[in-house]
Design a protein around this ligand. Structure first.
Ligand code: FRU
Length: 288
């Protein structure tokens, strides 16, 4: 017997609500899900792009619920505004997989993502070593209401607490975006004559900061560290290989794992409440 979902000739419908498709990392996440779905012709996936807009993402999920999806996958733009609709979906009996960014509370089937606090700590350890325990750091933050921005900062500051010789002299918000990071870095460069390193919460912002420093002829005296480590020509791995970034930390999109867990849930198998994905430090010698 089918559950409460809409089945068509035995096919199951999955709604995937993406926070935005303006960032390469999210395009990669969608591609991973689509690729993994090829092995499951019994699944139909409908995609929605919230374009960084919380209200739009709420409407996307409402729309999926009206379509009676059998399962919801969501990568929420920000935690607080998306929590009520995710809770409503889950409590109405729709299994929910939350991907990468978290919501508040516990009303979902499975959360899949890497440990952002641990990544922040690992970045902090790298920074401390690279600076020999002394120097001025600019931290460029992601969208404040998204949990990775909070956790990547908390973990980084935990690591920094052991290194009083390192000062975070500037910590602007650039909302995960390269262009905003360029603007914020221009301000940081004007305000601080001495900057030794930039820690950005993702690679696009780290590269944006590098571009701003290069425009002022200061790129060779500052090191840049990011997170994501996407493969491909525009990805963070290449930025490390090119010497723009000193390091990046892989942040898997979890698209493949989300589809695997979805298949299990739809088959009635039990699944873990939390799946923690691994990270990896990428520095120059490690790049082929
Ligand atoms: C893309 C992105 C990634 C980052 C992740 C955090 O929207 O900004 O660069 O690692 O979201 O949720």
């Amino acid at each position: 017997m089918a559950g409460c979902g809409r089945e068509q000739g035995g096919r199951k419908l999955i709604g995937f609500s993406q926070a935005n498709l303006g960032e390469p990392w999210r395009v990669a996440m969608n591609a991973e899900i689509a690729e993994a779905a090829k092995a499951h012709p019994d699944l139909e996936i409908v995609y929605a792009d919230a374009q960084q807009d919380n209200a739009r993402q709420v409407a996307d999920v409402e729309n999926f619920l009206r379509q009676k999806v059998d399962l919801l996958i969501i990568s929420p733009n920000e935690a607080k505004p998306l929590t009520p609709i995710v809770k409503r979906a889950f409590e109405s009996g729709v299994p929910v997989i939350v991907l990468d960014r978290e919501i508040e509370g516990d009303s979902y089937t499975t959360f899949i993502g890497a440990d952002n606090r641990a990544i922040g700590r690992a970045a902090g350890d790298f920074v401390a070593e690279a600076l020999g325990g002394k120097g001025n750091v600019v931290e460029i933050r992601g969208l404040p209401g998204s949990t990775p921005a909070r956790d990547r900062s908390d973990g980084f500051r935990e690591a920094m607490a052991a290194h009083p010789g390192i000062r975070i002299v500037h910590d602007p918000v650039a909302n995960w975006l390269r262009e905003e990071a360029m603007t914020q870095m221009e301000a940081a460069l004007s305000a601080h004559e001495s900057i030794d390193l930039v820690y950005a919460h993702n690679d696009p912002m780290a590269v944006g900061a590098w571009l701003a420093a290069r425009a002022k002829g200061r790129d060779s005296t500052i090191r840049f560290v990011g997170i994501d480590g996407l493969p491909g020509l525009d990805g963070g791995r290449q930025a490390v290989a090119d010497g723009k970034l000193a390091a990046t930390f892989v942040y898997p999109t979890g698209g493949r794992e989300a589809l695997q867990i979805a298949v299990k849930i739809l088959a009635g198998d039990s699944v873990p409440h939390r799946v923690t994905l691994p990270t990896e430090k990428i520095t120059r010698p490690a790049v082929p």
